[in-house]
Design a protein around this ligand. Structure first.
Ligand SMILES: [Zn+2]
Length: 289
């Protein structure tokens, strides 16, 4: 009788555990969010149904492998769609260690091109052809420095990304608009937020300061590296409160906003870069609401 009871308890346990194993194996899935974006927008890709990185061989966009990390216990990859990415349908592929392949289609739509005229401030020479040429050549130098920054080999962050100002504020210049300066058109690859001179600026997440210096055009600038190619840029600051190499915590006061460099009014310019591609910061922060 006792033996029979043990046997039946054992078989109930087997019955209970078996379906859960089958369930787990059959629900590993690739989730692409959103599945349709405009040029210049970010995408978050997760593998649902597993919580280990070792179960994933790679996740790729159009054949290019993406960096994978654990976020909220799920293998996750961030993808930045370039402002000039050809619109169309692209394949996102997840290869699992057991050999299975998961696929989703990402649709990239064309972004409407909006051009706004913008003058060069008097402090940078005003609207003369000479100062326009100087602006373009010095911007190229500054962009090359920003593109050369190294990134950590793992994700430094665990928490959600937060807004860099203490309160939401008016957007004075959107991501993806073009600024016409004389004969030149400059793509605005960030978002400008209205911020009075001296407003506190906070690190959007944990990371390492890779750059803290003044540029002619970007003004006083801080770049925080969150690892695996994810970086946040804070520009036109009036005061920098951190040093290169410093580890900053989520929400740490890192600077005061201002209007240094190519800025006509006090504001905070924010850039979010994924794998070298600057994407719409507003769409990025929407992932963490
Ligand atoms: Zn800006």
């Amino acid at each position: 009788m006792k033996n029979l009871l043990i046997k039946s308890v054992f078989s109930i346990a087997v019955l209970l555990s078996l379906p859960s194993i089958v369930w787990a194996a059959s629900t590993v899935s690739l989730v692409v969010s959103p599945t349709e974006v405009m040029q210049g927008e970010p995408v978050i890709i997760t593998i649902e149904g597993t919580n280990t990185l070792s179960s994933i061989k790679n996740i790729s966009f159009n054949g290019t492998p993406l960096k994978i990390f654990l976020y909220q216990n799920k293998p996750t990859a961030l993808l930045g769609i370039d402002l000039r990415q050809t619109p169309g349908m692209y394949k996102i592929t997840g290869k699992l260690s057991d050999g299975s392949i998961l696929e989703k289609i990402l649709v990239v739509d064309r972004r409407e091109k909006i051009e706004l005229p913008l003058g060069i401030p008097e402090k940078l020479g005003g609207n003369t052809p000479t100062s326009q040429t100087t602006l373009i050549s010095t911007l190229a130098t500054e962009n090359a420095i920003l593109a050369s920054l190294r990134t950590g080999t793992h994700a430094f962050w665990r928490e959600k990304f937060r807004f860099p100002l203490s309160a939401t504020t008016t957007i004075t210049d959107r991501y993806g608009y073009f600024r016409q300066t004389g004969a030149y058109t400059i793509a605005h690859k960030g978002t400008d937020f209205r911020a009075a001179e001296g407003t506190n600026v906070f690190a959007m997440n944990r990371g390492v300061v890779r750059l803290a210096r003044e540029f002619r055009n970007y003004g006083k600038t801080i770049v925080v590296d969150h690892g695996l190619g994810l970086m946040t840029f804070y520009m036109h600051l009036s005061r920098i409160k951190v040093n290169v190499g410093e580890l900053v915590l989520p929400g740490q006061l890192i600077a005061l906003s201002g209007q240094t460099g190519y800025a006509e009014k006090p504001h905070l310019h924010l850039t979010v870069r994924i794998g070298g591609i600057s994407i719409d910061p507003i769409k990025f922060t929407d992932f963490f609401k």
